[in-house]
Design a binder for this molecule. Sequence first.
Ligand SMILES: O=C(O)COP(=O)(O)O
Length: 225
Amino acid sequence: MNKDIIFVSDYDRTLSSEKNNFRIDKEVARIVNDFSKTYPFFVVTGREKKFIDILAPELKPTGWILENGALMYVNGELIYNIQPSWFDTRKNIIKILDNYNISYSLGNVIVYVDKAHEYKGVLNSIKDATVEWNRNDAMILPKGVDKGSAVIQLRERLGYRGKIVAIGDSENDISMFRVADIRVSVANALPMIKEISELILEKEDGEGVKEFLLKVLKGEIILIK
Ligand SMILES: O=C(O)COP(=O)(O)O
């Protein structure tokens, strides 16, 4: 395995497509699985493991960062990237959401509030937590936890020193882009994500990522000299 470069990729609207209800395309999974034999490749998503198990059972990357950085899953081990006191904080947050009649769902760690734009004021005023947005949906996370902090944690844990290439499309990928050496956005990425990318892929979602990974493997794209 070439550990000079580590690839980290978002899932929704990056590896998977909304048109396909976020189900991974079999060919995209095959290319990612193959690619992960040559370079470390981590899927970094806001999603919970239980949904990934349904949407992408055939995807076998080097590892996963789940719940927007709160959890990592590598070599069959689930690792929490949080302080235990978070669960008390979370109880208080749930009380606030209940008071405002805001519906939510709970992950192992985080709180999901879908279609949350109308509650932006309430959510952004919650203390002792970070609110990350992915288009219209919000994720309430322990303070300091985001995709970027998890990527750095995981890299240290595995003893990889390589440069980071991040692939993404949306607001909750920005923290991952901040810690990356090279930023790549899919053709369907938000304009603000494309603006901070060194490379914008020609195709959308997994189709774009697939072409990109194949070019890297063939040496047609040299990322780091
Ligand atoms: O918002 C989610 O639940 C997942 O989204 P992501 O894979 O784009 O991070």
